[in-house]
Design a protein around this ligand. Structure first.
Ligand code: ACO
Length: 322
């Protein structure tokens, strides 16, 4: 049977770093509050004019280079993003043209913070079905463009960035299992309430802003991720002790710690980048994966559990042999 395998990773972060101390000058907050509630110390913020597609392109170039794969060899590009450059063409199409992969299938997936995990699950199915051989999967966001910098409850939580992986068809696993879920009943706990069809508002940033009931999101996220890891282990026919690394969505260190506890994994087997990147939504898991690979933590042959939870709500995972 055919499996999909990650052959290389890449990532990109904007140059500008904004520390918690910098935010203290803008809103009534403190480094102490931000670190103790979330684990975040700093975030990267895109320069004016720097788009999601720019970051996605850089991350993709780095992943292709590490893979030794030419853009022209790709037969599919999937981008997980909730902050596309423009409404259409999709960011995947914009990146495809810049890479010179013209002609292959390309589309975006919007599953909020779970965007990359959804994109990876979809790409895995394309390879398993025999439809695709080499796929570029990207998670990229400029979420800070949605932030109301007067609102301390949300502005301290997010950053910008992108990560990418090159997937290839292989006779060996590879991805053992992926899981995907959504519950639209939770729409109003974490959302951005305007858009093309619903209309924009006569408000700052046309009403584009993240609205979040933090405490409720936290509770549902922890509970949902617990059952997601159970389901993923079962789907892969594995046990907690088979997992070498947990690479979770980087929204909040306390959520990450809760999932690690459920898996009986010590924190030194968990990749944490939320302190450096904050929550980059769809960018977070592939950024953390690329960091883990390039720092030499994750080694070939190890089993990785990737998971994310976000607006929708959506939640998704993958258990794979790297
Ligand atoms: N600085 C200082 N004080 C603040 C700040 C801030 N930046 N933000 C809120 N506060 C205050 C509140 O006003 C409140 O004050 P009050 O007690 O006088 O009313 C107090 O801090 C406590 O607020 P809570 O919201 O109850 O704090 P909590 O401990 O729940 O932490 C947080 C908030 C960090 C948002 C947490 O709930 C959380 O992480 N939730 C998960 C949601 C999440 O991760 N969202 C990211 C996007 S979703 C995703 O990717 C999963």
């Amino acid at each position: 049977s055919i499996y999909s395998r990650i052959i290389a990773t890449g990532s990109a972060l904007p140059e500008r770093v904004v520390s918690n101390a910098d935010l203290e000058k803008i809103v009534d907050t403190s480094d102490e509050w931000i670190r103790s509630r979330t684990g975040i110390r700093q975030r990267h913020i895109a320069a004016e004019g720097q788009t999601t597609g720019d970051l996605a392109f850089l991350a993709a170039q780095r992943a292709l280079e590490a893979a030794g794969v030419k853009a022209s060899e790709l037969d599919l590009i999937v981008v997980g993003t909730t902050t596309p450059d423009i409404i259409f063409p999709s960011t995947a199409c914009l990146v495809q043209h810049r890479l010179g992969a013209n002609g292959c299938a390309a589309f975006d997936v919007n599953a909020a913070c779970s965007g990359f995990m959804y994109a990876l699950g979809i790409a895995d199915k394309f390879i398993k079905s025999g439809q695709s051989k080499k796929v570029l999967v990207i998670g990229a966001e400029t979420l800070t463009r949605m932030i109301d910098w007067n609102e301390r409850e949300t502005c301290v939580l997010f950053g910008d960035g992108a990560g990418a992986v090159v997937l290839e068809a292989s006779g060996e696993p590879g991805i053992h299992a992926t899981c995907m879920h959504a519950d639209g009943g939770y729409k109003e706990l974490l959302w951005n309430p305007v858009g093309v069809s619903a209309g924009f508002r006569d408000e700052p940033n046309h009403g584009v802003r993240i609205k979040m009931a933090g405490r409720e999101v936290f509770k549902v996220a922890v509970k949902t991720l617990d059952s997601l890891v159970d389901e993923t282990l079962q789907a892969a026919g594995m046990h907690e002790s088979d997992i070498d690394w947990l690479i979770p969505h980087q929204a909040n260190l306390r959520i990450i710690e809760a999932t690690a506890k459920r898996l009986q994994m010590p924190m030194d087997r968990v990749i944490v980048t939320v302190d450096q990147h904050a929550n980059t939504s769809s960018g977070s898991v592939p950024l953390a994966l690329d960091y883990a690979v390039r720092s030499g933590k994750v080694q070939r042959g190890q089993n990785l559990l990737l998971e994310a939870f976000g607006g929708g709500f959506t939640w998704a995972s993958a258990l794979l042999r790297y």
